[in-house]
Design a binder for this molecule. Structure first.
Ligand SMILES: C[S@@+](CC[C@H](N)C(=O)[O-])C[C@H]1O[C@@H](n2cnc3c(N)ncnc32)[C@H](O)[C@@H]1O
Ligand code: SF4
Length: 368
């Protein structure tokens, strides 16, 4: 067996696990609201353990998929289990359920990062984008959580704000930066909209290579504001927000992506997907199940799925001029500035997966 054979590819050290597919919001840009989806269910703690125990080495686990992680009552237990293995653990969350009890449980479990999704600077815009009237409650929760951390001198989790930038809500970003600062948040991320022509997830809302001069000027102003306040302001693949809105990734934008070789994504139903872009933009439940789902970890071990025919066919397509639709369409939104457009051979990818520390291309859509 050569270095370049598929069996040489080690199991990923970076995984996404969806603790629940249930949600308490109706975001108008989210595939969970807009597209056909898997059944609503929580992952049980036993199922969770059966999943993570199959990965001999784990460095980083993102505990969200499509759904609100705080809805799973076993979430703190899952975090503790991973922390006992020395894993870096993080998730995005809407903050509606971040009360004192849950907040304390997250601190006690050793969560590394809590990423607050916040897409509106006013109660009205928040409700317009995220579908529920929860703006004030979320800020109350987050303020109290950060105050509680300070009281306890708890340096973890790091709390950051994740803003999905759209034409609709961009104007409010300076106000949000001030709100974040007042509440003690020192990291703000600009997420590029992944669009698939439904709801607010449509090309008319996109800023990537479509931003008007005044919109770019506003982003520049936000960069200056963050610098003055000591807030880290970043975007896709560690790019600056300005770079992330304007960079051209060339003809084969997906080709520098490492995700098919270095990470995997497991839903609360046990379905294994290639990355967190896979649940975006499918046209039907059939397309989702036939083209996005690469196996089910409740039916087959991850070793068999990772080295199996479906995953391998996905990788072969990825290496050709005709990758899966979610790679071809979405890669231009998310690639690292260092890797995009670079044709990398299978041998180099396998060697990288075997030897290298995780790169920014191991991070996914909500981190795009
Ligand atoms: C799908 S949510 C799941 C976690 C949690 N419910 C939350 O809202 O943070 C993960 C992240 O994806 C972002 N997101 C949802 N739809 C998106 C889209 N069309 N483009 C880019 N990011 C999106 C959300 O704002 C959130 O930060
Ligand atoms: S973005 Fe998060 S909170 Fe909003 S609908 Fe999707 S999963 Fe729920």
């Amino acid at each position: 067996m050569t270095m370049t054979s598929v069996a040489a590819l080690p199991l990923p050290r970076s995984i996404y696990i969806e603790p629940t597919s249930r949600c308490n919001e109706l975001c108008q840009q989210c595939p969970r609201t807009l597209l056909s989806r898997e059944e609503d269910r929580d992952l049980s703690f036993d199922e969770f353990r059966r999943i993570v125990d199959q990965f001999p080495v784990l460095e980083r686990v993102v505990l969200h998929g499509l759904g609100e992680p705080l809805l799973n009552k076993d979430l703190p237990r899952m975090i503790s289990y991973l922390k006992a293995r020395g894993v870096y653990v993080l998730f995005n969350s809407n903050g509606i359920l971040l009360n004192a009890k849950r907040g304390q449980a997250l601190i006690d479990a050793g969560l590394d990062e809590y990423r607050l999704s916040m897409d509106g600077a006013t109660r009205e815009m928040y409700a317009r984008v995220r579908g529920v009237d929860a703006f004030d409650k979320v800020w109350r929760n987050v303020g109290a959580f950060i105050a509680m951390q300070k009281e306890q001198s708890a340096d973890k989790p790091a709390v950051s704000l994740w803003f999905t930038a759209m034409k609709e809500n961009l104007r409010g970003l300076p106000v949000l930066i001030d709100l974040a600062y007042e509440h003690g948040i020192r990291e703000v991320y600009l997420q590029r909209l992944v669009y698939f022509e439904q709801g607010l997830a449509n090309s008319r809302q996109a800023l990537f290579r479509r931003a008007l001069p005044e919109e770019l000027e506003l982003v520049r102003r936000c960069e200056r504001m963050c610098q003055e306040r000591g807030i880290a302001f970043t975007a896709a693949g560690s790019a600056t927000p300005m770079e992330s809105l304007s960079r051209d990734f060339g003809e084969h934008p997906w080709s520098g992506c490492q995700r098919p070789y270095t990470l995997t994504y497991i839903t609360s139903s046990g379905n294994v997907l290639s990355c967190c872009f896979a649940p975006f933009g499918h046209r039907s439940a059939r397309e989702y199940h036939e083209q996005r789902v690469l196996g089910n970890i409740f039916k087959e071990p991850i070793e068999a799925i990772w080295h199996g025919e479906r995953y391998e066919a996905f990788r072969r397509a990825f290496e050709s001029d005709h990758p899966a639709r979610h790679c071809a369409c979405d890669s231009r939104y998310r690639l690292s500035r260092y890797m995009a457009g670079v044709a990398i051979s299978r041998a180099i990818r396998v060697a990288a997966a075997l030897n290298q520390p995780l790169s920014s291309t191991d991070r996914c859509s909500s981190e795009s």
